[in-house]
Design a binder for this molecule. Sequence first.
Ligand code: RNT
Ligand code: ZN
Length: 417
Amino acid sequence: MTEQSLLKALEIAKERYAAVGVNVDKALERLQKISISIHCWQADDVSGFENLGNLGGGGIQATGNYPGKARNIAEIKQDIEKVLTLVGGKHRLNLHAIYGDFGDKIVDRDEVEPAHFKTWMDWAKEKGLKLDFNSTSFGHPKSGNLTLANPDSEIRNFWIEHTKRCRLISEEMGKFQNDPCIMNLWIHDGSKDLTVNRFKYRQILEKSLDEIFATEYKNMKDCIEAKLFGIGLESYTVGSYDFYLGYGAKKQKIVTLDTGHFHLTESIADKIPSLLLFTPEIMLHVSRPVRWDSDHVTILNDDTLDLAKEIVRADALDRVHIGLDYFDASINRMGAYVIGIRATQKAFLQALLEPIEQLRDYEEKDQNFERLALLEEAKSLPWNAVWDYFCLKNNIAVGEEYIGEIQQYEKKVTSLR
Ligand code: RNT
Ligand code: ZN
């Protein structure tokens, strides 16, 4: 496609959208400002760079052994830099505590400190990226089935110390980048088989969280992520959705909604307009569960679209942080990043292009046939012409052109690892 034909397509799309009362330029402007928190862990299958030897486990699992995974910080940085040349907009990078720059030192989880993330901070600043952060309680000898909810005070305190330190690291990151660092807390705590102590573990977790959150910080924000179950922890999860929703509403913490962490028929989109009433902000982990929390690459499907639409309809783009969370080790990892980021942006673009005023007008007048008809017709409005223009304007590959770029990068870089 030549630039001229892309521009021509945009003009036609603008006319078509104007007819249903949608301003394409406004949608493009808003999309440009949407910042996605890109998870660092797709680059290396959630391995991290501790010198403790990664144990895996913790209820999550990357499957596949596609060649070329990043083996060190330099390679992750190189990969992320490549990804950024294939997506429009300004984004964030979401780091886990196990991705610290530990050199060849052995730094245990209860010893992590801001200094271990100094090189990340400097690099991020240079690249115009903001950082987000996560405590890491999985893949460690002290993980077991219980961390912050462990009745054994020695193990529990170890993880409390780790998490407190992660908050301090996040605070320092936020200060350094002059923008709050969002720190996510997810723990796998649970039980493979029946437990008769559901209440007890949740009481312990509540106490641990209170202790962790006792220090107030100005440059970081806490979010807490619930889950339905993990591998090997099928019968019970201490940090369930009810638990964190209750905690978040009571203590005004951000609740993280990972789209893979619910029953498959549950609508995550429908949770948005409820959470917005009771919690300060929302953090998203946009993922794609296939039969279970499989962490497949995010694509433009009805779930992603519905989620984006509910956020835009609620005029809540400023209160919802959009992060990605998937790790597919079976395909080109850079390709996985680009597919997921672009799919998320496409979903938000479509949401921003929704003829919402007309739809609401119909609804107000009880014109339900008209509302359904326009919802149907809106699906085939020429949003793709607007998307192509977004890519053109951002000087990045238009449409499937990025496939070739990923192949080149594979040939020159990742296949040589
Ligand atoms: C696990 C959670 C969690 C992790 C990352 C690596 O089920 O989704 O967010 O995927 O922290
Ligand atoms: Zn998640």
